[in-house]
Design a protein around this ligand. Structure first.
Ligand SMILES: Cc1ncc(COP(=O)(O)O)c(C=O)c1O
Length: 439
């Protein structure tokens, strides 16, 4: 099929996510390997966002592909009430990897379903209904997850299910306002306790957080926040759900981002990096204090494709690759290289305002003047950011440009040399933003 026909048919007969259909310009992709992918006419791209921050092991890993093929030949689908070898092995493996006493898992097809089922379990186990979530968050596109989500993708999906209380994040939107991290933590937790008091702690089942906020800014929590939050929620018997759909599986330099706290959430949601997106799979991990309730009470939830053998076998092979190739350790080791490269860009380009990363989870914010005015306002595009996105494409670098910032989330198999090569492309691309700097 020629490329134009492929694009035209995709646009004519399929719907694209999160966009005005008349405005979509799909990027044609023919093959992918490691940190690269290629268009049908052979143009190479560095995948600087691991697609949707999800191809953590890198593209096309032979070991994972072969495990998938073996599973296809052996057994694919049996109903969720069966016992299978990949189910047994993955449950056991995740129990070993997950922090603390999280040792039982409910399998889903992706992140939103993991969050949905975590909320369901929390509500049933506590007998309470309300859920706390934060504004700077994305939790998935199902109806409930849209209401948990704080960002503008929620607006068109309202009004939704009642009982969701959204609260401010620990990091204020303009986080350059000069307080120490400890002060920020203290203020936010004091405010949160007040909200809990007004809402009635006895009616709040759980709070859901992205342990490190993803799309809404790649925001590691300020010092002491996770430990303080854990303590505060415990005081009121409110469960903590960590949504690690994006931050989990090595992205931050640890298997799970909550280990940075260090804390153990009551429910831990994962997807994306669990299979490096080679097959759809999500999971909710639970502590005994949650799942014991279901020993004697029905878990009122199910999915046709719960524990699908292909997803489970893919996850097992993916985890083996992580272990054999030290991918989590690589993400931790390259954290310093990311910081060094971003600091270099800030020193060179007047349009670079701020940057941050934890492991291989990073973001750079651009400014249009030396007062730090964002290059594009909240929920807006700008000519400069569009030009930057186009320049990335021309230079063969794939990443997401969002509002006044851009993402830096390469696959965890990236080498130091490849990482520096990617930042050199970013460096070149940033030149196009200079004419937009107002001084
Ligand atoms: C933090 C977080 N939670 C949940 C989701 C939803 O996952 P899925 O798209 O697999 O349903 C995403 C997807 O980007 C995410 O980043």
């Amino acid at each position: 099929m020629d490329t134009k026909q492929m694009i035209d048919l995709c646009k004519q007969h399929t719907m694209y996510t999160w966009g005005r259909q008349g405005g979509v310009a799909p990027l044609p992709v023919a093959r992918a390997e490691g940190i690269y992918f290629w268009t049908p006419d052979g143009k190479r791209f560095i995948d600087f966002n691991s697609q949707l921050m999800s191809v953590n092991a890198g593209h096309g890993h032979k070991k994972i592909r072969e495990a998938m093929k073996r599973q296809i030949d052996e057994l694919l689908f049996v109903f969720p009430g069966t016992a299978t070898e990949p189910r047994a092995k993955l449950g056991q493996k995740l129990a070993e990897l997950a922090p603390g006493d999280i040792d039982r898992f409910f399998f889903t097809l992706g992140g939103a379903e993991a969050n949905e089922n975590a909320i369901r379990a929390a509500r049933m186990a506590t007998g309470r209904q309300k859920i706390l979530s934060r504004y700077r968050s994305y939790h998935g596109a199902t109806n409930l997850c849209m209401q948990l989500t704080g960002d503008p993708r929620r607006w068109a999906n309202e009004p939704g299910t009642p009982g969701i209380i959204r609260v401010m994040d620990p990091m204020p939107y303009d986080f350059s306002f000069g307080r120490t991290e400890s002060e920020i933590t203290e203020n936010n937790l004091r405010y949160l306790e007040e909200v809990i008091m007004y809402e009635g702690p006895q009616s709040i089942a759980a709070m859901i957080i992205e342990t490190v906020t993803g799309t809404n800014g790649i925001l590691p929590p300020p010092a002491g926040y996770l430990v303080g939050l854990r303590k505060l929620l415990d005081k009121y018997g409110i469960l903590l759900i960590c949504d690690e759909v994006m931050a989990g599986f090595g992205r931050t330099g640890k298997w799970f981002a909550c280990e940075h706290g260090p804390i153990v959430p009551d429910l831990l949601c994962m997807a994306k990096g669990l299979t490096s997106s080679y097959a759809p799979l999500g999971a909710v991990g639970m502590r005994p204090k949650v799942y014991k309730y279901f020993d004697d009470n029905v878990f009122w939830g199910g999915l046709t494709y719960n524990s699908h053998c292909l997803g489970l076998a893919t996850a097992l092979a993916n985890i083996e690759v992580f272990e054999e190739e030290g991918l989590v350790e690589n993400a931790a080791a390259l954290q310093a290289v990311m910081q060094e490269e971003m600091a270099r860009l800030k020193a060179k380009h007047p349009t670079v305002k701020s940057y941050r990363n934890i492991g291989l989870f990073g973001m750079v914010d651009l400014q249009k003047d030396s007062q730090g005015t964002p290059m594009a306002a909240y929920n807006s595009a700008s000519e400069a950011m569009t030009a930057l996105g186009q320049r990335f494409r021309e230079l063969g670098l794939f990443t997401f440009v969002r509002w006044g910032s851009f993402m830096a989330n390469p696959p965890l198999c990236i080498t130091e040399a490849q990482l520096r090569e990617a930042w050199a492309v970013v460096d070149e691309a940033l030149e196009v933003t200079h004419p937009y700097f107002e001084g």
